[in-house]
Ligand binder design. Structure first.
Ligand SMILES: [Zn+2]
Ligand SMILES: [Zn+2]
Length: 583
C-alpha cells in the first residue's frame, strides 16, 4: 500500500471515495451506500470550486451528492492524506480484489480462497496459476472452473459501446485535467478518432508529454473513474472506465510529443499515405523523429518536429488539420496545395441558428436564450420553435405565435443582439410546410425539417423533400436526413438527386450541432460543396447550455471541408437576413 501525502488535490480525494464505494459494494453488497460514495467521487472530481476553501468554510455538504458521512471522509483525506474507512476496508479484503472481481465467476469468497491458498492478488497471477493447473486444487474450484476462468481471461470484452463526441470530449478533458497535476507534466491532448472529431468513438486516447512519462502513467492509474486496468507499461496504460468506456494513455518525453500525437491521431490510411510520400523522399518517420536514409543504408540523425505542421512541411505538403485526416483526398490535395486554408472555425460564427424556447419544447425563455447567445459573443439569434404539426413537442399555434412575437419585440428593446423571428416548420408527408403561406412569409427565417413518417420508401421520401424544396419559402433544410446517432439511421432517399434540386435554389443546408444528430454527415457536405450549396451551422438548442453545440456543428463542417465563406451565419445580420428571408 502506498502512502499518500496530505493533499489539497480533489482527484486524490475522489479516487479514495471511488475505491471506498467499490470495496463496500464487494464487501457486503451495500449497494446504496456504495453508490453514495461513487456519486460523491464524481461530485468531487467535477468540483469547480477549490476544495480547501469548501472544507475551511464548512460547506462540503452544500455540494450536491455529498452527505455528512462522505464529508467526514473527505476532511480526513484532506487533513491526513488517508481515509480511515478506506484503510479498514483494504485490510479486511484480499489485495487485488477490485481487479479480480471483474473476472466472471469470481466473488469475494472465491477470491479470498485463491488469495489464502495461492497468494493470488492480480489477473496475471490468476492466469499463471490457472495455466499451471494450481487453481483446480483449491477448495471450491475444479478443472472446469479453472478452464472457465481461462476462457474469460482470453475473451476480449465483447460489449463495445460507442461514445458520442460530446461525452468522449468531456471525459478526455477530465483525464487531461487530472494528468496536469502529475510531476513533470508539460502537455496533453486527446488523439485518435476523437481528435478527428468522428461522431462517435469506441475509445478515448490521450497523448501526454512530461519529463517523467512513467509518472504520468502512474497518475492516470489513479483516475477516479477507472474500473480496471487492462494493460500497463512504463509508457502506456489502457483502462476501462465506468460505463465500460475504454481509455488509453500514451506518455512520452515532451520533445516526442508532436510525433506521438500525430501517430496516435491517425487515421491509419492517412498515416500510410504519408509514410509512402516520406519513403519516396528517402525519409522515414519514426517515433524518434524524421530520418533521412543514405544510399548505403545508414541514416541521418533523426530530426524531431516541435509541432505537427513541421511534419507536413518536411514532406512538402500543406498542413492537414486533424478533422480531415481520413484519406478522403486530403493528402492528394495537400500535395497539390489545393486544400482549403480557410476552413470554418467556431470563432467565425456570428449568429446562433435554430433555437427553441419554452414556447415549444425548449427549457429556457426567449430572454434567457438571447442573453446566453449574447454572452457567447453572437451578433444575432434565430428563435425557431416547432410548428403546430409537431404537437408532441408543443408546436406553436398561430395565437401563441403572436404572443411570442410580442415577447420577442419586448426582449429586443433591451437586447444588444438582433433577434430573428423564425420557426422550425415541419415538412409534412406530402411535402408541404406547416403554417399557411401568409404566416410563413412573415417569418425572418424558416428551418424546414422532417419530424414524422420516417419510414417512407426511397421514392416517396425523395418526392416529399423535393416538393418541399421547390417552394420559394424553403431556405434552410434542417437536420437533413433525420438520423439519431446509434439509434436511428438516416432515412431512405436519393441524396444526390435532392442535392441537385437544392443547388438550383437559394436554399442552404443545415449542419446540425446537436451531438445526437450531427446531420448531415461530412461525406454529404462534401457532395453539397461540389454543387456550390451554402450551409448554416446550427445548434438546435433546447436550452442555453446547448448553445455550446456550436462547436460540434463546426467540427462536422470542417470534416466536410466547409470553408468560412460557404457558411451563411458567418455573415453579419443584414446579409444573413437577406440570404434566408422566406420571400
Ligand atoms: Zn427538429
Ligand atoms: Zn429543432
Amino acid at each position: 500500500m502506498e502512502l499518500v501525502k496530505p493533499t489539497t488535490d480533489k482527484f486524490t480525494i475522489a479516487a479514495a471515495l471511488q475505491e471506498i464505494g467499490s470495496l463496500l459494494e464487494l464487501k457486503s453488497g451495500e449497494y446504496f451506500k456504495a453508490r453514495a460514495y461513487k456519486a460523491g467521487a464524481r461530485a468531487i472530481a467535477e468540483l469547480t470550486e477549490d476544495i480547501g476553501k469548501l472544507i475551511k468554510q464548512n460547506r462540503l455538504t452544500f455540494v450536491k451528492g455529498i452527505g455528512f458521512a462522505i464529508a467526514k471522509q473527505i476532511q480526513e483525506v484532506y487533513a491526513t492524506g488517508e481515509s480511515p474507512l478506506l484503510k479498514e476496508l483494504r485490510s479486511e479484503l484480499p489485495p487485488g480484489i477490485l481487479e479480480l472481481a471483474n473476472v466472471p465467476g469470481l466473488n469475494l469468497k472465491k477470491i479470498d480462497q485463491l488469495h489464502k491458498a495461492l497468494g493470488i492478488s492480480s489477473i496475471p497471477e490468476l492466469k499463471a496459476a490457472c495455466e499451471a493447473g494450481k487453481v483446480r486444487q483449491v477448495k471450491g474450484f475444479g478443472a472446469r472452473s479453472e478452464q472457465k476462468i481461462l476462457e474469460a481471461l482470453a475473451s476480449p470484452v465483447n460489449r463495445k459501446p460507442r461514445l458520442h463526441l460530446h461525452h468522449a470530449l468531456r471525459i478526455s478533458e477530465r483525464i487531461i485535467e487530472f494528468l496536469s497535476t502529475a510531476p513533470g507534466f508539460v502537455r496533453a491532448e486527446a488523439a485518435g478518432a476523437l481528435r478527428r472529431r468522428q461522431e462517435t468513438v469506441s475509445e478515448i486516447v490521450v497523448v501526454a508529454g512530461g519529463q517523467r512519462p512513467a509518472a504520468l502513467v502512474d497518475r492516470f492509474s489513479r483516475f477516479p473513474l477507472i474500473l480496471r486496468v487492462e494493460e500497463r507499461s512504463s509508457r502506456q496504460l489502457v483502462a476501462i472506465l465506468t460505463e465500460e468506456i475504454k481509455a488509453a494513455l500514451l506518455a512520452v518525453q515532451p520533445e516526442d510529443f508532436a510525433l506521438a500525437l500525430w501517430r496516435a491521431t491517425g487515421s491509419e490510411a492517412h498515416l500510410r499515405k504519408l509514410d509512402l510520400i516520406a519513403a519516396k523522399k528517402r525519409l522515414k518517420i519514426t517515433l524518434r523523429g524524421i530520418e533521412g536514409l543514405r544510399r548505403k543504408g545508414s541514416k541521418t540523425k533523426p530530426v524531431r518536429p516541435k509541432a505537427e505542421p513541421e511534419i507536413y512541411a518536411r514532406l512538402n505538403l500543406q498542413f492537414v488539420p486533424p478533422e480531415l485526416r481520413e484519406d478522403e483526398g486530403e493528402v492528394e490535395a495537400a500535395l497539390k496545395g489545393t486544400l482549403p486554408d480557410d476552413l470554418i472555425k467556431t470563432e467565425d460564427i456570428r449568429g446562433m441558428v435554430h433555437c427553441h424556447t419554452t414556447y415549444s419544447d425548449g427549457k429556457h425563455s426567449v430572454e434567457e436564450m438571447v442573453h446566453a447567445a449574447e454572452q457567447m459573443g453572437m451578433k444575432y439569434i434565430t428563435i425557431t420553435d416547432h410548428s403546430p404539426t409537431a404537437f408532441y413537442a408543443g408546436g406553436v399555434k398561430i395565437d401563441r405565435l403572436q404572443r411570442q412575437w410580442e415577447e420577442i419585440d419586448r426582449v429586443q428593446e433591451q437586447s444588444k443582439i438582433k433577434i430573428l423571428k423564425g420557426t422550425e416548420s415541419d415538412i409534412i408527408a406530402d411535402g408541404s410546410l406547416d403554417y399557411p403561406d401568409w404566416i410563413l412569409e412573415q417569418f425572418d427565417v424558416i428551418v424546414a425539417s422532417i419530424h414524422s413518417r420516417y419510414k417512407m420508401n426511397e421514392d416517396q421520401m425523395t418526392r416529399r423533400i423535393v416538393t418541399a424544396m421547390r417552394q420559394p419559402v424553403f431556405k434552410i433544410w434542417g437536420h437533413a436526413l433525420g438520423r439519431l446517432l446509434e439509434r436511428r439511421p438516416p432515412f431512405a432517399c436519393r441524396v444526390e438527386e435532392i442535392l441537385d434540386v437544392i443547388a438550383e435554389s437559394r436554399a442552404a443546408i443545415e449542419v446540425n450541432g446537436d451531438p445526437y444528430r450531427l446531420d448531415m454527415e461530412p461525406r454529404w457536405l462534401r457532395a453539397a460543396r461540389k454543387r456550390r450549396i451554402k450551409f448554416v451551422i446550427s445548434v438546435d438548442a433546447h436550452s442555453t447550455g446547448a448553445l455550446h453545440n456550436l462547436k460540434y456543428g463546426v467540427a462536422m463542417a470542417r470534416r466536410g471541408w466547409v470553408r468560412r465563406g460557404e457558411v451563411l451565419n458567418t455573415q453579419g445580420v443584414k446579409a444573413f437576413q437577406k440570404a434566408v428571408r422566406p420571400v
